[in-house]
Design a protein around this ligand. Sequence first.
Ligand code: SF4
Length: 336
Amino acid sequence: MPELKDKKKYFRIKTNNFHNLIEKIRNLSFIPEICITNKCNQNCLFCSADANSPNCYIKEDKLENIKNTLRDLRRVSDRIKITGGEPTVRKDFLEIIKHAKKLGFKKIIIESNGQNFSVFSFAQKTVEAGANYFFISFHGPNAKLQDSLTQSVSSFLRTKQGIINLKKLNQEVNINVVINAKNYKSLPKMIVLLNKLKVNSITLSFIIVSGKAEQNKKIIPKMTEVLPYLKKAVSAAVVRIRITHFPFCLLGELNKYNTWIKIQGKTIIDNPNFIITIEPKDMHDRKSESCKKCRYDKICFGLREGYVALYGFDELKPVAGPKIKDFETYYAQNIL
Ligand code: SF4
């Protein structure tokens, strides 16, 4: 297993030793994640996990270890997100969900590209096993675009059918669209399609420069070029929208959809080795000197470091006004 590049910067805490920390954040919609495989049936140009690369550090753990981790995570949350790679390709996928249900998780979220749910019986078995919320990646409004981004023939048709099947089974379906250089002009059309599919909500996530995107930098657009299309897309939506990985100063009125907000300077992540890690403040996030003058400074992540290496800080425009102390103030006052 190759080393994590920034391993020294991580503090590792075994899952049964972090209760105090979790206690502080458990009311803040903390949802632990468990990554059950590195395998994937797609090969997306922007995969941040780079799931199909032989150098990938993600691994597939034994069922028994996964069950133990689920048990630990159940002590701190009654919600769990099961992710990958593509979790549905794992042979014991249904058994893992059944075990999560047996442990008493009330919300069992499956993060998936949705292709395997195009087989109705599989979608049905997944729901019967206990899954009750689906976070589906879908990036293009037609086969040409979606299949070229996922490098998987028929992924458009299969994912679309998967969503239709999950909706037939009365499931809550949230769509994650990764905004990249190939699809940003199609965002309004994407929203029209998703409206028709009657999904419950849509997350529009700016691409992260890591994994495959690092080798394929043409896939990273400038944020300011994306914004007019993002605005059109949001105005076309009839369902709940979330926007992530853009700084506050660029989003303006769209900040009411912004879910990328710094919580007390730390981000809690669950790495693929099933150990909760705390990402030290600002590990991958970069601010310009002028950010210190901005009212959003304390709750804003700024830009990811890979993006800064490509485009610098020129797009950032510090926002005048009283400083926002923390995320609680932001939420309480619904500041724009
Ligand atoms: S100027 Fe800096 S702190 Fe302010 S919103 Fe933009 S990136 Fe965030």
